[in-house]
Design a binder for this molecule. Structure first.
Ligand code: MN
Ligand code: MN
Length: 466
């Protein structure tokens, strides 16, 4: 009798085992991810607000031959269009070569991030210091914002209607703004407060000056700040009322780790999905088979309301225009269209394992994360993608060997969160959440893995083209 081979026999395994990107792809592919991350970091540094992200997206689209679309414009097969909604919300779309009646492939990310917005009457003086009052935007942990360098970004509409752009604190020579905190020596009582209440919202005031103007008027320090603002931008105190000014971290995107595998930056949520969703569409545009639409929405962090949020009818209006061009009923077009809601997920953090459930958690470096549903306890407030649609997405991901993983947003009843998915699916459009896992989500500086970012790009491209 022949001796049995010592070689291990390949045994069929029916287990689901997550594999990290590093175990799944070649070294060349990892190198591509690192290269891709360089452009992404540049995007982050120039896009700290939704307005800046829209301006950059317009530039990226125009560089690829996209033209602005106005309602009533004639569309054509192969046409590449963008729609700039109020400089805060952006749509890029391509009419593919196949009939429109095959449906639209939609990716939807958001470009607003948690931050501190100025109040309408923000400027005041106290004890020889001038401050700007803020009203936080989105879900922040307030204790994270004092004592870090902050920059001011936004626009001011002056009383004559002129629009002035403001950016203070990004150039290395610029001054920055700052929120003070209590010294430990006098924080004995403060230290016993729960994290959530230790820093009340009304204490998040930005220090903006401490030198008096030469004037007989009261509030000389405030007056000095107003003089400087007037010299530099031509604005007056009342102009703050018609302004959108936000304090954001003044830090630039940086590599993290000696292996440089991670990126620390402000606003990964959700530019880490917005950027690959848009670049995937731009790279697929010239060979577009399907009609494709990439949505970069605003106001996701505060509920997707308002004319630049995902609940605005503008999305449906644009879909209607595409339906008209394709000579199909708008309702039919929506029923055959498909969406990937491209938003971040929470990476399991080994420092806080108690809020995750490992088998159903997003793992850092394990590829793009799919969330069949989001919401919170008892699956409230969620788009729950159908099993059939999840099956379709699995096949799309397999077509391009995308490394992806399934996850829930944390342990059941630990909390929860939502995305734009439910607002898209409410139009009778199959939708699923897919995005990059983030550590320290909504902190002033968040962390993502470069390989997860690149798998997101591959995933959105696979979805656009499958
Ligand atoms: Mn998000
Ligand atoms: Mn968020």
């Amino acid at each position: 009798m022949a001796k049995k081979s010592a070689e291990k026999k390949e045994v069929a395994s029916f287990t689901y085992q997550k594999k990290s990107v590093y175990e799944s792809v070649s070294k060349e592919e990892v190198a591509k991810a690192f290269t891709y991350a360089e452009d992404y970091k540049k995007f982050l540094d120039i896009c700290k607000t939704e307005r800046e992200a829209v301006a950059e997206s317009v530039r990226m689209c125009e560089a690829k031959g996209f033209v602005p679309f106005r309602f009533g414009d004639k569309l054509k097969v192969g046409g590449k269009y963008y729609y700039n909604n109020r400089d805060k919300n952006f749509f890029a779309f391509v009419i593919g070569s196949e009939p429109v009646s095959e449906g639209v492939r939609i990716t939807g990310a958001h470009i607003d991030s948690p931050r501190l917005d100025l109040k309408p009457v923000p400027l005041y003086e106290d004890l020889g210091m001038a401050f700007l009052k803020t009203h936080y935007y989105g879900g922040i942990r307030k204790y994270q914002w004092p004592t870090i360098p902050l920059a001011l970004h936004g626009v001011v509409i002056k009383k004559d209607g002129e629009k002035v752009s403001v950016t203070i604190g990004e150039d290395d020579r610029d001054p920055i703004l700052y929120i003070t905190d209590l010294l430990p020596h006098l924080a004995r009582e403060d230290n016993n407060k729960p994290l959530g209440t230790a820093i009340p919202a009304e204490k998040l005031n930005l220090l903006i000056g401490a030198m008096p103007a030469e004037t007989d008027a009261d509030n000389k320090v405030k007056q000095n700040v107003l003089n400087i603002l007037h010299d530099k931008y031509g604005i007056e105190e009342e102009d703050f009322i018609s302004a959108e000014l936000s304090a954001v971290p003044a830090a630039k995107a940086r590599d993290v780790g000696l292996d440089r595998s991670l990126i620390a930056a402000y606003g990964h949520d959700d530019r880490v999905c917005a950027n690959p969703a848009l670049t995937a569409l731009l790279d697929a545009a010239d060979q577009a088979k399907h009609t494709m639409l990439c949505i970069l929405s605003d106001k996701e962090e505060t509920g997707s309301d308002g004319p630049s949020g995902m609940q605005c009818d503008l999305f449906v209006d644009l879909m209607d225009e595409i339906a008209r061009f394709g000579k199909v009923s708008p309702a039919f077009l929506r029923s055959v269209s498909k969406c990937v809601s491209s938003d971040v997920s929470a990476c399991m953090d080994p420092n806080f394992p108690e809020v995750f459930e490992r088998s159903n958690a997003s793992l850092l470096g394990y590829g793009i994360t799919m969330n069949k549903y989001t919401g919170s306890g008892g699956k409230y407030g969620t788009n729950d993608a159908t099993a059939e649609y999840v099956g379709f997405i699995r096949r799309a991901m397999a077509s391009e060997n995308v490394v992806w993983q399934i996850a829930e947003l944390g342990r059941v009843d630990a909390g929860g969160g939502g995305t734009i998915a439910k607002y898209v699916s409410s139009h009778n459009i199959d939708t699923i959440d897919m995005g990059v896992g983030v550590l320290s989500m909504h902190a002033p500086v968040e962390i993502v893995a470069k390989v997860d970012l690149y798998e997101a790009y591959k995933a959105f491209k696979a979805f656009d083209t499958f």
